[in-house]
Write a new protein. Structure first.
Length: 180
């Protein structure tokens, strides 16, 4: 019998000073049985850090190969942003850059290893694709603080991320790297 996804509920106060985005979010995030808590947190943070009209978690979840974990569509349904998480392979990112106007990758893994795996590979518009890395210790500690129902506040100022999960605070720099 296949295991089903576990549903997590987040009530988030988002204040992204860098982008001028201030929003209260009520999100239900399905965590696939094969998905780590760290990956789910990175996926949630990618959603919040990229928040704009039309953003959504993909329907296919973490196992979808034809769409990213987080995406943005315009009012016509056209894919405008492909937001990937983790360490996607070069073919996936190449195809994403052809499908969407904008591509971004968020990782909780060693950015040097992610970049090395993509180095020298054919990736359409690689020089325009940012890789945002979050400190592994930050992700591990914050992921351990997530409950099935979590109240959170996320603040971003000068690329410094401040995260409060049910009264427990965490912070890290958001490091930006380029694929090309």
């Amino acid at each position: 019998m296949a295991l089903s996804a576990t549903l997590y509920t987040f009530t988030i106060q988002l204040a992204d000073v860098d982008r001028g985005v201030y929003q209260d979010l009520d999100l239900r995030v399905a965590r696939h049985p094969s998905e780590t808590a760290e990956y789910m947190l990175t996926r949630l943070l990618a959603y919040c850090l990229e928040y704009e009209d039309g953003i959504a978690f993909s329907d296919g979840g973490v196992s979808a190969t034809d769409e990213p974990p987080v995406l943005v569509r315009d009012l016509t349904g056209r894919l405008t942003a492909w937001i990937d998480v983790g360490a996607p392979d070069a073919d996936r990112i190449h195809r994403a850059a052809k499908l969407a106007d904008r591509v971004a990758i968020y990782t909780h893994r060693d950015p040097a290893k992610v970049l090395a795996a993509l180095s020298g590979k054919r990736i359409h518009r690689a020089e325009t694709i940012p890789l945002y890395s979050l400190d592994r210790e930050f992700v591990d500690e914050a992921a351990a603080a997530i409950g099935r129902r979590t109240a959170a506040s996320i603040s971003v100022t000068e690329r410094e991320l401040y995260l409060d999960l049910d009264g427990t605070g965490f912070s890290t720099a958001i490091e930006e790297h380029r694929l090309g």
